[in-house]
Design a protein around this ligand. Structure first.
Ligand SMILES: Cc1cc2nc3c(=O)[nH]c(=O)nc-3n(C[C@H](O)[C@H](O)[C@H](O)COP(=O)(O)O)c2cc1C
Length: 148
């Protein structure tokens, strides 16, 4: 039996505070010219990740290819943080054909042992255990609604 990080109970769906922590980690991902072209919505134990085309760099990235790479990096961080919290991430890409901006949905598929691999420790943390770096980087709240 593996060990689990205190504060998250992997026997139940990931709680909102865990998912908010995952979103915070996601917003630390690299993006083209730090454009941060993503939005997140937490609902029903899942994090929905949206491409924010209002932040697309039209001259540098007319096709949106690098925007999508950036969103992918955010999704990777999100999954990594969820795994770090003791949950096996379940990823569904483009879950709704009617919502082309909805790039991914991430949920917990159940408990997973916490490891001490390099990647699971790669997100920067302060000595108090909180994620660092994001607040000084983010130009806007990571929890903005895609409809606002
Ligand atoms: C997530 C992301 C991070 C990037 N970070 C950097 C960077 O740190 N320095 C840089 O010069 N370019 C950076 N870029 C720009 C890409 O390196 C550049 O657009 C790429 O070389 C385009 O080449 P390609 O379209 O042939 O793949 C980044 C792009 C993306 C999508």
């Amino acid at each position: 039996m593996g060990k689990y990080i205190a504060g998250s109970d992997p026997a139940v769906p990931a709680g909102r505070h865990v998912l908010e922590d995952c979103v915070e980690a996601a917003t630390m991902a690299p993006s083209l010219h730090n454009s941060q072209p993503w939005k997140f919505r937490i609902a029903d134990g899942a994090v929905n990740v949206y491409a924010d085309h209002t932040r697309q760099l039209a001259v540098l990235d007319p096709s949106g290819r690098e925007l999508m790479i950036s969103v992918g990096a955010a999704v990777f961080n999100l999954r990594l943080r969820l795994r770090q919290a003791g949950h096996l991430p379940r990823l569904t890409v483009f879950p709704d054909s009617g919502q082309s901006d909805l790039v991914a949905t991430v949920t917990s598929a159940g408990p997973a042992p916490v490891t001490t691999s390099r990647s699971s420790n790669s997100l920067p943390r302060s000595s108090t255990g909180t994620l660092t770096g994001i607040r000084s980087r983010a130009p806007s709240s990571p929890l903005t609604s895609p409809n606002t």
